[in-house]
Design a protein around this ligand. Sequence first.
Ligand code: GDP
Ligand code: ZN
Length: 408
Amino acid sequence: MTDHNDKSFQKDVTIERHQKMIKKMKRRQELQTVTKKLKRNRQPKPARRKNWLGHDPNAWDELDYEVEERIMPRGEAERRRTLEQAALNTSETDDDNPDPAIATAPESQPGQVIEVSQGLCRVDLGSHTLLCTVRGTLTARETGFTNVVAVGDEVIVHPDGTEGGVIETVLPRRSLLVRPDVFYDHLQQVIAANVDQLLIISSWREPTIWLELVDRYLITGQRNHLPALICLNKIDLAQNGAECGAVLRPYQSLGYPIVLTSALTGEGIDELQTLLHHRTTVLAGLSGVGKSSLLAALQPGLQVRVGTVSETSGEGRHTTSQATLIRLGPDEAIIDTPGIREFGLTGLHRGELEQFFPEIGRLATGCRFKNCTHLNEPDCAVRQAEATGDLATSRYHSYQKILATLPG
Ligand code: GDP
Ligand code: ZN
């Protein structure tokens, strides 16, 4: 829980990731240079051969070839020969050499990115999946985003004929979940694409419901124009349902759909299922609240790893370390991404906060000062409403706490 409280920790994590990204970019550039050199070296060389050891020049040829092959990864020589063969066969009529693998050389196909991890993407082509890299020209393009491909993206891939491929194009997105880059205001990081709604999951206990985080996620939803739903899990750990309902009442008044669940007893799972119909839903919630357990309850056949509570720290263990799209039906999917857990409110200014607390915005019209911050000004209608119970104390507290973290 502390990682969400501590802004500097968030920053450290982001800086670390950024540095890793820079390192990765450098490595990629180095790799490209090496590949270019390799390609150049594979051109027929000028007559460099010297018979200075008294060898037969043809023997040199053999030796060169062997050395080159010896430094290749296992299977690489074989792969190159197949590729060369394929290139030859496509330029000629291959009636004499009907190699089935070559005859059915795969073409570009549409698919959806269902997993993104360390620069590699798994793309679902319907019948099977491919592990893909992103085409170099795509990464270099000025997109305004720090990453080019995100989970949920509809893409065109060029299969490499084995189990891999290259993402050539990212198709237009119908929606985006982004977060501003910490270093470059004009850049954004795409967390997920083609998402319809945000499902905020909290647990009643273990870890105890943290309403400020719910409010932060709600702001994230609004900033990304995504409708939000609230799920309160582990209600089997509550004394009675009424106390859970009371805590979430302010959200009910604001019109958010709410569902109380227990992945353990199965309570509320049908209701949750209904809320997910015909939509792609991105999950937001702390590690340990029961996201994997809920997924398993929604689709019993699904292979999801459920974390066990760590004995030493007592905190939920991270079981999902990468962005994943899980298909629940033909037009229904869940996106689970660690990116959303570190969601800060970067780029948000103090003056803008009120618009994300609509009930406070409405009350503010009764404050004496037009620019009232509702912290300590006299005749503040917001504070008065909080005192009389017309404004939920939890919401007012979130407002105060978030305001204190925002730049002026
Ligand atoms: P995730 O990190 O959000 O994916 O959380 P997990 O699904 O891995 O669950 C974390 C822990 O909470 C596991 O030990 C689960 O067995 C437990 N858990 C999940 N849902 C419930 C629930 O509804 N009730 C109770 N009592 N425990 C739950
Ligand atoms: Zn006020």
